[in-house]
Write a protein that binds this ligand. Structure first.
Ligand SMILES: [Zn+2]
Ligand SMILES: [Zn+2]
Length: 211
């Protein structure tokens, strides 16, 4: 891009209509990073690649989705690559299909991490300014069938895990914690935001991503 701005889309789980409604202009994107093959993370892949946006994902993810486009490149855990003015480091997460998290560092030294759809994160990072992290559920519901419980609790992040990651990755640089992927049926947004805010202190902004 000529103006030096690097715009990266993290996952593409919206339909073209939903993207348009949110004012997302695909033409302004430098790249799209896809974490894994579940529909809520890649529904918009066709539209993104057709808009000539370079898109990065695991080979296993590509095989599972089955989308063919020369805009798709394969990446591997712990092998860094560049998009414009950003260095990207993918790392493995713990989900029910192969899944990546991303550490994104600008040439100016700002660091952000994107972690979603994982039971926990076994990596820690220094000097993060932004932590965008899953906070899926805050309590185990009573009426959840056993198979659903196994899937959700073995492959998504509970508030306790989110708090643990935030605590282990706190630094003076931290500006924002953004909570992602809240369960429709088993999350209390207010309780989660307050618990994270209490952990990071008032100087750090805590936000909840729109569903
Ligand atoms: Zn998933
Ligand atoms: Zn998901």
């Amino acid at each position: 891009m000529t103006n030096g701005v690097t715009n990266i889309m993290l996952d593409c789980g919206l339909t073209p209509k939903q993207m348009a409604a949110k004012g997302i202009r695909l033409a302004s994107l430098s790249a799209c990073l896809v974490t894994h093959s579940h529909k809520d993370h890649c529904k918009g892949l066709s539209a993104v690649t057709k808009a000539a946006v370079d898109t990065f994902m695991l080979k296993e993810c590509h095989t599972a989705i089955g989308e063919k486009s020369h805009r798709i490149s394969f990446i591997s855990p712990r092998e860094a690559f560049r998009v414009g003015t950003m260095a990207i480091l993918p790392f493995e997460l713990e989900h029910d299909v192969p899944t990546l998290g991303f550490l994104i560092e600008s040439d100016g030294g700002s660091r952000a991490v994107y972690i979603t759809d994982t039971a926990f994160c076994s990596y820690n990072f220094k000097d993060l300014e932004i932590i965008a992290i899953e906070c899926n559920y805050n309590s185990i519901g009573r009426n959840i069938p056993a198979d659903v419980a196994r899937r959700v609790y073995g492959s998504h992040m509970a508030l306790e895990q989110t708090l643990g990651f935030v605590k282990a990755n706190m630094s003076d640089k931290l500006k924002e914690v953004r909570l992602l992927h809240l369960s429709d049926s088993n999350s209390n947004e207010k309780l989660m935001r307050e618990a994270v805010q209490a952990r990071v202190g008032e100087k750090v902004k805590v936000t909840v991503a729109e569903k």
